[in-house]
Write a protein of this length. Structure first.
Length: 91
């Protein structure tokens, strides 16, 4: 009768972040999927502001996204900018 609820993996970010992370593999367009992953990392940065450097970059937020995902984001074309030398533009 009731919808089964679960606790979020990260209480600061909440269950909606978990749902966003779970949705990434279902996004068909690669560029849309990458943009969506950047929004996820941006939410992590907002929830864990102490992880963000003064220039707005956060290796720890990207690592945390990869940790929270039950899949390998690299399998879907999502890579940490700290692994490939790109700019961290997740906001």
């Amino acid at each position: 009768m009731f919808i089964q609820q679960r606790k979020p993996k990260d209480f600061d970010c909440g269950l909606n972040l978990d749902l966003m992370i779970e949705a990434v593999p279902r996004i068909q367009d690669k560029e849309t999927r990458i943009d969506y992953a950047k929004r996820i990392v941006g939410l992590i940065k907002q929830s864990h502001i102490n992880w963000v450097s003064p220039n707005g970059e956060s290796k720890r937020a990207w690592d945390y996204y990869f940790e929270l995902a039950d899949y390998n984001p690299a399998d879907y074309g999502i890579y940490s900018p700290f692994e490939n030398g790109a700019q961290d533009d997740a906001r």
